[in-house]
Design a binder for this molecule. Structure first.
Ligand SMILES: [Zn+2]
Length: 239
């Protein structure tokens, strides 16, 4: 099983590892900093250097518990040394968008009593679905963007910690995180990774994040779309 180093350090762009397996769609490494698609965040792209050959990683995803670096070339010997290089420009904007999503989700929870029901991060434009949430006027959208940018400008530190399941549940409950989805996580998952943003937000998350809200940049709320009964989709970007 690959060691999931992306859970520990979100700033490693280059690393060394070993090829442990080839699957039909790609390569499996002993350890990886490539983020596999999940939780609304796309998988990392980049390059693996194996035996003096540069192999393009088109996507990273989990298949039956295995982290696959999707490549066109598979013909490498197990045990080969690998140097991994993450497409940092792509990953960094996703990290910034992901941290922004947590702030937005919290803002809507506190100010609109709306829950985040789905998220999809993309480099150019991300989206969050909130429920229950009615139509947001353009004026309101502008006010929300201003409020969010004021929170980001506070330079809040973003930190990662992992707690045992039970402890994590009570900690998150106390911090007013909506844990009802978390409770559906299989009992075999014994520890929970928690992302905190200053004292503003606390959430269970396996994604990649920046270290400080100042790195997110400025958020723009682009548009809204009704997705059914009291379900509103909000599109945003970071710049
Ligand atoms: Zn998250």
């Amino acid at each position: 099983m690959t060691k999931r180093m992306y859970l520990v350090d979100n700033y490693v762009k280059d690393f060394r590892s070993t090829l442990i397996k080839t699957e039909t769609e790609g390569l499996v490494l002993k350890e990886t900093y490539f983020y596999p698609e999940g939780g609304g965040q796309p998988g990392d792209k980049g390059t693996l250097f194996i035996n003096d050959q540069a192999v393009k990683v088109k996507n990273t995803r989990i298949k039956q518990g295995e982290i696959i670096h999707e490549t066109d070339t598979l013909d490498f010997p197990v045990g080969a040394e690998v140097e991994g290089k993450i497409d940092w420009k792509y990953r960094n904007i996703l990290m910034r968008s992901h941290s922004a999503q947590h702030v937005l989700s919290r803002y809507f929870q506190f100010n609109y009593q709306a829950e985040t029901v789905s998220t999809q991060l993309k480099a150019a434009k991300s989206r969050i679905d909130f429920q229950p949430l009615g139509k947001i006027t353009p004026e309101e959208l502008e006010k929300i963007a201003n409020d969010i940018n004021m929170i980001l400008a506070k330079n809040l530190p973003i930190s990662i910690k992992t707690l045992p399941r039970k402890e994590a549940f009570s900690y998150l409950r106390e911090k007013k995180y909506q844990i009802k989805y978390l409770e559906m996580v299989p009992k075999s998952i014994k520890s929970i990774r928690i992302i905190s943003i200053g004292e503003y937000d606390f959430a269970a998350c396996a994604g990649t994040h920046v270290n400080n809200t100042s790195e997110i940049g400025k958020i723009s709320l682009i548009s809204t779309k009704n997705k059914g009964k009291l379900r509103e989709r909000i599109f945003y970007s970071v710049s």
